[in-house]
Design a protein around this ligand. Structure first.
Ligand code: GLU
Length: 292
């Protein structure tokens, strides 16, 4: 597919969560997004997904900017910090509340795990719908005094939105199947949004035309496509690239050690050479690109 078709001006982004250090898998992903923009005279934006108050660290966010500068990746415009955009996510949630498409969920993880009826979806157990079925009186009473998340009523939302597709640069036209994700959380008990809602609203606000991210987020795109339809947002092109795997065949993670950009820098690695190698698909010994 011609990646430029339908998009006169390409805008891509890299959107790391500052919950740890960047490793070469992140660098590879960032480079793909960066190069797609630069090769087409477009823009490359940076967004720090720091809504997880318990796991996000300012020190990690600072280190991400330093690591990206070290490998020579320059981004356009201001860095977006999700923690500074909570009112925007609230407004998005309010629209969905007004449309009757979300409901408060009081369940704990233990409640959900204990539910024998929890069916399985692409990302583990699906929410069994306990709080969707609450009577209005109980819901209002509990809303007053109990911590709650907000979940989408997926069946209702899908019925309202109708058939949806997106253009995937590698996989072609994909028919969205958000129902498979179940009633996902759009606002958490401990944060006024969730990854799905924040990322979808941000991609639209940042004018992202091409979302380049790992295959691990393919299932999320089904949900994002639905949210775009419900919130009248444009749909970008997507590329879900394969993931880098460690010598054990598992996706790169902290346990693989020595592959963070900070480690490589401390070890005297030349960043120009590192980037040239990543662009050519040459990785450190034992690291390879996954098949699926
Ligand atoms: N923050 C997500 C991550 O670090 C990426 C989100 C995205 O690219 O949409 O895995």
């Amino acid at each position: 597919m011609n990646v430029v078709s339908g998009a006169p001006h390409i805008v891509t982004r890299f959107a790391p969560s500052p919950t740890g250090k960047l490793h070469i898998g992140h660098a590879w992903s960032a480079l793909m997004a960066h190069d797609l923009a630069r090769e087409n005279g477009g823009q490359f934006r940076l967004r720090i997904e720091d809504i997880d108050g318990t796991r996000s660290r300012t020190a990690h966010a600072d280190a991400i900017l330093e690591d990206l500068r070290w490998i020579g990746l320059d981004w356009d415009g201001e860095v977006f910090f999700q923690s500074q955009r909570l009112p925007i996510y609230n407004a998005g949630l309010d629209r969905l509340k007004a449309a009757g498409l979300v409901y408060p969920c009081f369940c704990t993880r233990a409640d959900i795990a204990a539910s024998l009826s929890a069916p399985h979806g692409p990302e583990g157990s699906l929410y069994p719908g306990t709080c969707r079925q609450l009577a209005e009186a109980e819901r209002s009473a509990r809303l007053e005094k109990e911590a709650h998340a907000w979940r989408i009523d997926m069946a209702k939302a899908v019925t309202l939105a109708g058939a949806l597709t997106w253009n995937d640069m590698d996989a072609g036209t994909i028919t969205a199947d958000p129902l498979a994700a179940g009633d996902v959380i759009l606002a958490r008990k401990d944060a006024p949004t969730s990854y799905h809602l924040a990322a979808t609203l941000d991609d639209a606000d940042m004018g992202i035309t091409h979302v380049v991210r790992g295959q691990d987020l393919f299932a999320a795109t089904h949900v994002h496509r639905l949210l775009q339809a419900l919130l009248d947002l444009p749909t970008p092109f997507y590329r879900h690239h394969r993931l880098l795997l460690g010598p054990d065949g598992k996706r790169l993670a902290k346990r693989h050690g020595g592959l963070t950009l900070a480690d490589l820098r401390a070890g005297g690695v030349d960043p120009g050479q590192l980037v040239a190698d990543l662009r050519r698909g040459v990785f450190p010994v034992g690291i390879c690109v996954g098949n699926a």
